[in-house]
Write a protein that binds this ligand. Structure first.
Ligand SMILES: Cc1cn([C@H]2C[C@H](O)[C@@H](COP(=O)(O)OP(=O)(O)OP(=O)(O)O)O2)c(=O)[nH]c1=O
Length: 189
């Protein structure tokens, strides 16, 4: 029997949750992901995770907690989302090349009127990457649905020199923190 609902389309999040041995059913948590004017990166990512969990709650049978999550990539206060085009991805990866950026993942667990949230920030340092490498990477199809136009768990892993923080959070769900938060909410039921 499932213990929670997961409000996510992301195959990475499903795999990470399976790693925790948490049984889940899927529910639709689609929301409008636009950033509000003046909203900080952390406020934004926490709000999106919360809205996904709340939307999931509305779409569920409302008999189990709902987990939602969101991941963003930030370079010098600038939010680098999923690429809209090849040009967009080239621009993003050119900014990340040879520099350090942050990946922030927020999770939210919603049950009835209450919601618990947390966020995890990691630093990622990229090697220098050439325009040719960026173009070849775009051709693999991997950057398309990834925040910051790369996947550390895939081919993009070769661009990463160093990380400080949580590897699983960069992929999409911080394993340690997710386990703590889900168990805390389940115990309160
Ligand atoms: C930086 C980075 C991001 N990503 C992914 C994780 C997220 O799936 C995605 C960020 O987009 P999100 O909007 O957080 O998630 P999503 O749209 O894929 O899924 P859902 O909203 O349904 O839960 O980028 C990686 O897979 N690897 C990485 O190294």
């Amino acid at each position: 029997m499932a213990q929670i609902y997961l409000a996510s389309r992301s195959p990475r999040r499903r795999e990470l949750l399976t790693q925790l041995n948490i049984q889940y059913d899927l529910v639709d948590g689609d929301i409008d992901e636009r950033q509000l004017t003046g909203e900080s990166a952390t406020d934004y990512v926490v709000r999106l995770a919360s809205e996904k969990a709340q939307q999931g709650w509305r779409n569920s049978a409302q008999d189990k907690p709902v987990l939602g999550a969101d991941t963003i990539v930030v370079y010098q206060q600038q939010l680098l989302g999923k690429p809209q085009s090849q040009q967009d991805a080239v621009q993003t990866l050119t900014l990340l090349s040879g520099n350090k950026h942050q990946v922030i993942t927020a999770i939210a667990v919603c049950y009835q009127q209450s919601i618990e949230t947390l966020w995890v920030e990691s630093d990622v340092e990229f090697a220098d990457i050439s325009k040719d490498e960026i173009l070849a990477y775009w051709q693999t199809g991997e950057p398309q649905d990834k925040a910051g136009s790369y996947a550390i768990q895939g081919i993009g892993g070769q661009f990463v020199k160093r990380i400080q923080g949580s590897y699983s959070a960069i992929v999409g769900l911080p394993l340690y923190e997710t386990k703590q938060l889900v168990h805390k909410v389940i115990q309160q039921l």
